[in-house]
Design a protein around this ligand. Structure first.
Ligand code: ATP
Length: 515
């Protein structure tokens, strides 16, 4: 099945099974805003807990913060967002559709990459075990030609973005004959800058009200509180501050479901280090963050780093962790070495010292910062894309399965009485009573056992427990494993231990800690 069709099915599945709904759907929705349903909110909370605990519990020198969404407007002047948080937009005159000029070009870059990959795949099939990929990459003229074109385009795009040259961006689109996917034409407007921050007013009267912004990132709340946390917590550098919270961006193009939305949540950590050690810490966090992703068990081949050619105005090194979504490799998380840019600017704009006295060095300095920044919604989409499967099983039937990492699954266990009589429902309820403070359990007695299994597979429940007549005599149940569909008979007394071992966040964190 084409990746596009799989993606459409995934979106429909999220709605049907209470994961994600379009916002205000009864009014036909609101562009790029989504609500999370009964299972979605649980998955989201579990993702946040995995991130939070991995930061706060596994790192003695990382502490939390919850700063307000509204901040003093000067914050955004100091951070550079008022002047520079822009996207270059371009319209197609025939379809009237609007695009980000840089994204149109990046998608064209990806096409060259895809062409090269296709050549490599063909050769792999042809040569089988004898295939030497590095050699083929170096010597095949067609692969070399595609990659050369890709590199030239990347270099031209970086130069245009760095120089803020909007006319050149348009020229790149024209020269490469990049067409609008809707109209198929190359009839483009000029490129214009568009600021992504939402503004509103604070205060009750029109004259007295002042313009403030909905934060476009959570990081600035951390910077302005740097000294509050450092002093009140008697923190010694190096240390980090972690925060989870809402952010808002008036994205020009918001497609691909929850990948790019206008209201989203970020999980950000700013790590404060002595001047001169930013790059070393950048490499350490790069490794740690990739381990965090890979501990979920979807396979290392789904991830890659994309080091930036074009650095943001505040960074001296930057990389993205990309995941292979059904629509290609895309950013899930950014890791940036932000130098002392933010603290220095806040010192300048506020007139307050943002310095740390280092007792080891016996001197004061503005710390440098390494940031890790990941979107909860994008991580949600990453997980659900990786987990979604359609399988044909033995009897020729198909099942739709969400193979979620057990620690993140919204429901850990479903308890199913074989029949609705003979005391089996009561026994099932007893089991839930025993486990409900440890994990989220569901009770289901409707339809055949097979249908009930399918329903739980679609939700992603790792374990189903069936209560039958033997359960009353022997105090045992059958436990069915979601991914293998294998069943085993176990004593009810062992259930809490099995469920805890397989589904608790602690197990996942232990695995991460041991890497
Ligand atoms: P992009 O290039 O995709 O616009 P970005 O580089 O601007 O993203 P950052 O500012 O580095 O993104 O934000 C850090 C993380 O926040 C991203 O890696 C992503 O996971 C998340 N994020 C950013 N913008 C959005 C959005 N509009 N919707 C959902 N998540 C977002």
């Amino acid at each position: 099945m084409a990746q596009e069709d799989i993606f459409k099915k995934l979106v429909a599945h999220c709605k049907e099974y209470g994961y994600v709904f379009p916002s205000s759907e009864i009014y036909d929705g609101l562009g790029a805003v989504y609500d999370y349903g009964q299972h979605g909110v649980e998955l989201k909370n579990n993702i946040k807990r995995y991130w939070w605990d991995s930061m706060i519990l596994l790192h003695e020198n990382v502490v939390g913060l919850d700063s307000a969404i509204f901040m003093h407007p000067t914050t955004w002047k100091a951070s550079g967002h008022v002047d520079a948080f822009n996207d270059p937009l371009i319209d197609n005159k025939d379809s009237k559709k609007r695009y980000r000029a840089d994204v149109l070009i990046e998608e064209h870059v990806a096409k060259y990459e895809e062409k090269a990959e296709k050549e490599i795949e063909k050769a792999r099939e042809r040569f089988g075990d004898r295939f030497d990929e590095p050699l083929f990459r170096q010597t095949n003229p067609r692969v070399a030609a595609h990659l050369e074109k890709r590199d030239a385009l990347v270099a031209r795009l970086s130069a245009a973005l760095n120089a803020n040259d909007l006319a050149e961006l348009r020229q790149i689109i024209i020269d490469n004959q990049i067409v609008c996917p809707v109209s198929g034409t190359c009839n483009w407007t000029e490129v214009r800058q568009f600021n992504l921050m939402f503004a509103t007013e604070m205060g009750s009267t029109a004259e007295g009200a002042s313009k403030i912004y909905l934060r476009p990132e959570t990081a600035q709340g951390i910077f302005v509180n740097f000294l509050n946390v450092q002093k009140s917590g008697r923190m010694k550098i190096p240390f980090g501050i972690a925060q989870i919270g809402k952010a808002f961006r008036n994205e020009i193009i918001a497609r691909q479901f929850i990948f790019r939305v206008r209201e989203f949540e970020q999980m950000e950590m700013q790590f404060f280090v002595p001047p001169g050690s930013g790059i070393e810490w950048f490499h350490r966090w790069k490794k740690l963050r990739m381990q965090w992703h890979q501990a979920l068990g979807f396979g290392a081949a789904c991830y890659r780093f994309h080091d930036h050619d074009k650095l943001a105005h505040y960074a001296d090194a930057a990389t993205d962790i990309e995941y292979r979504f059904p629509f290609g490799f895309k950013e899930v998380e950014g890791i940036h070495s932000r130098t002392d840019f933010d603290l220095r600017r806040h010192q300048e704009f506020s007139g307050k010292k943002m310095q740390y006295f280092d007792p080891g060095l016996n001197e004061s300095y503005i710390p440098h910062v390494v940031e890790t920044s990941i979107g909860v919604d994008r991580m949600f989409l990453q997980i659900i894309s990786a987990a979604y499967r359609e399988e044909t099983i033995d009897d020729g039937e198909t099942r739709v399965l969400l193979a979620l990492p057990p620690a993140l699954a919204p429901v850990k266990l479903s308890v199913l009485p074989l029949v609705k009589k003979d005391g089996l429902p009561e026994k099932a309820r007893e089991i839930i009573q025993q486990l409900r403070l440890d994990c989220r359990c569901l009770y289901d007695e409707k339809d055949s056992i097979g249908k009930r299994y399918r329903r739980q597979d679609a939700i992603g429940t790792p374990f189903c427990v069936t209560v039958d007549h033997l359960s009353l005599e022997e105090n045992t149940v059958t436990i069915r494993h979601r991914d293998t569909m294998q069943q085993e008979r176990v004593s009810i007394d062992r259930l809490p231990g099995i469920i805890e071992e397989k589904t608790s966040l602690k197990t996942l964190l232990r695995r991460l800690d041991a890497i």
